[in-house]
Structure formats: structure tokens, C-alpha cells
Write a protein that binds this ligand. Structure first.
Ligand code: S3P
Length: 179
């Protein structure tokens, strides 16, 4: 459908833990009929280890290298058909990843929400997140990363909204049509 009409090559969801990147990504993929790729899942498949194991066994610095290599492979493999991509919460805060996405001409969307809501969403989910620590540390990391997230092409406020609403708003913000 509209990839060539719109000029959108990929919709890349960025933002903090609990922003809804994976669930909104899956909804966008369904609505647009574009394949969905979750970068953390790609890292786990390449490594044959969970994100939690990578952090515990190898540390964050190694995780960041693996994350960058996985993103590069995703960009390098991309064909002419558009896709939806969800990044992990720290990926877009790394300058090398942001540069890679800018060079690829991929459209970045910052899914934002108040920190209290992000923290609550993370508490409600079963997913093990090595960098989800206590509330004050969560806030500190969010504050440090927010200026990076704001460099995305579009910011969508997700506070109090459900996944379908956020996906519809994202589609609208990019001028994409469904059909
Ligand atoms: C991370 C967020 C996680 C995952 C890893 C590191 C971060 O992804 O990539 O645990 O640095 O904020 P989610 O944002 O999907 O939880």
C-alpha cells in the first residue's frame, strides 16, 4: 500500500520502558499490513540468550554493542517494503543508533507518557527489565534520556490512551492511510 505514496520506509517506535513500543508496534503492523520487528527479540534470537541473561552475564556495555549490531543488521537487510520496528528503551539514546536510523531515512516516533504511568505499566508487566530499578532511579534515567527521545521526528502522548488509539494517532501523524 502507501509506502511509496507516503515515502515512509519504516516506522520506528522509541521511548522509555513501559511506553508501549512493542504493543503499539504490533497494532500498527496489523493496521498497516506491514511486518513488525522488535529489536530486543532480534538480539535474543541472535544471541540465544534473554535480555536479562545478557545483562547479568555480560553487562550493559556488551548489551549496547549487541543492540547496535542487531539494529545495523536490520537496516542492512531492509528491502523495499516498509516495516514497523520497536526499539528497546535505551537504543535511541545511543548516538550511533540514532545516526544509523537518520542515515536510513527511517521515521522515528517517540511514545511519551508521564513517568508515574510508565513506572506503573512496568510494575504491571511480567517482563524482566534489568534497568527498571526503584522509582527515583527510574525517574533519573528517564530525565537523562528524554532529550534524546525528543529528537524523534514525531512525539505522541500516550498517557491515559489505549494501544489502538495510540496506533491510530501514529498513522495519522505520518500521513499514512489504511487500505
Ligand atoms: C532497556 C529497555 C529494554 C531492553 C533492555 C534495556 C533500557 O527494552 O532493551 O532491558 O535501556 O531502557 P523495553 O523498553 O522494551 O523494556
Amino acid at each position: 500500500m502507501s509506502a511509496f505514496v507516503s515515502g515512509v520506509r519504516a516506522v520506528v517506535l522509541v521511548g522509555f520502558m513501559g511506553a508501549g513500543k512493542s504493543s503499539v508496534g504490533a497494532a500498527l503492523s496489523r493496521k498497516l499490513g506491514w511486518p513488525f520487528e522488535d529489536l530486543d527479540e532480534r538480539i535474543e534470537a541472535r544471541e540465544q540468550r534473554t535480555i536479562e541473561q545478557i545483562f547479568r552475564q555480560s553487562g550493559e556495555a556488551v548489551f549496547r554493542q549487541l543492540e547496535h549490531a542487531a539494529l545495523r543488521s536490520l537496516v542492512d537487510e531492509a528491502g523495499p517494503s516498509p516495516k514497523v520496528v520497536a526499539l528497546g528503551g535505551g537504543a535511541f539514546a545511543q548516538a550511533n543508533n540514532a545516526a544509523l536510523l537518520a542515515d536510513a531515512g527511517w521515521s522515528t516516533i517517540f511514545l511519551d507518557a508521564p513517568v508515574d504511568e510508565l513506572f506503573r505499566r512496568c510494575q504491571e508487566q511480567e517482563l524482566k527489565r534489568p534497568l527498571r530499578r526503584e522509582r527515583a532511579e527510574f525517574q533519573r534515567l528517564y530525565d537523562a534520556r528524554r532529550p534524546c527521545y525528543l529528537k524523534a521526528a514525531v512525539r505522541i502522548e500516550t498517557g491515559g490512551k489505549d494501544v489502538e488509539e495510540v496506533a491510530d494517532e501514529t498513522i495519522k501523524s505520518l500521513g499514512l492511510t489504511i487500505g
